[in-house]
Design a protein around this ligand. Sequence first.
Ligand code: GAF
Length: 391
Amino acid sequence: MAVQLPTFEDLLKKTATSFEHIYKRKPDIAACAPGRVNLIGEHIDYCDGFVLPMALPMVTIIVGRKNDTKSDCNITTMCAEADQPKQVQFQIENLCSGTPKWANYVKGVISHYGFSVPGFDAVINTNVPIGGGLSSSAALEVATLKFIEIIADEKYAKEKDKALICQKAEHTFANMPCGIMDQFISVMGKEKHALLIDCQSLNVNHIPFDAEDLLVLICNSNVKHELSSSEYPTRRKQCSEALKLMGLESYREANLSHLKALEGSAENVLIKRARHVIGEIERTLKASEALKSCDFITVGRLMLESHKSLSSDFEVSCHELDKLVDLAMQCNGVLGSRMTGGGFGGCTVSLVLSKEIDNVIKQIDSEYSGATFYVCKPADGARAIDLGNLN
Ligand code: GAF
């Protein structure tokens, strides 16, 4: 059955109550940022491609207040999956990464934020599934940035600069050479819209996505294969190697004749990686045009093609994700399905006719044991939360 996650209101109430319990005062600042699901455009944000994610209703929340010190931070996470210890204390100057790992995302953002931050106490909580490829790390980074912008009373004028700070935090403090997609959508998501991101120019375009009779179904395989962190940097390297061999500066200049030339000279693995990137850029552009004209059949078809390419050419899928996609495609009312996010486990995303959603979940659930399901529509990006009604 579909998972009933704690509602936003419940999550906020619990987090604020915990803050009061731990720090013996009421919080006066709160911010949140969402996880994301990528509809199409996978593993091409670091190849100057286009991506088409949407923000999820699931968010990471931070509540807190200044603690009257110059730079003492006390932070507690309520997230069950976070590594121990769940409470950390650090000084804002000279931050460096270490353990627990969850705190690195917070420290990284504070460290790259260009203004001075006063000492504060905070509690973090989330209903974004952790490690499921729905970008719980970007949600934490972006929520942190939103929170410290309020506490330090210094805001970045441009949304894209906020996202880039969070990406830098992930590169330097979490040692993950991610692209820009997750942070961009967590900052800039908009209810009833997907976001087309041009990862070369960094221009964005909100595409209306609000069909009454259509839902986005996320199936969490609840597996995470070890390869996920080691293979990501390898894919990045292989993509730039293939690009160099084609004699190009950017995948945006690449076309089928470049690929043909590569076929005559490069190792098979590099040809496959380049073929995915070139094809996925084209598919994503076509999908965003189809979405604009509410041609969901075409969007669904392109999603399935994307999955096949990720599975056979980019080799970032796994048995469980392939099975979930196959099962979804056998159901009435499923227009398309694919793995979403980095791969090697995590989630699939499917476009499903609303009237068939219960049957689709039931059918997949009966053939794949241990999956969890989330039924979503596009939600808003990062925002400040008014604690007025709670206090
Ligand atoms: C991860 C990365 F963080 C993103 O930047 C993106 O590359 C994605 O994998 C694959 O599309 O979520």
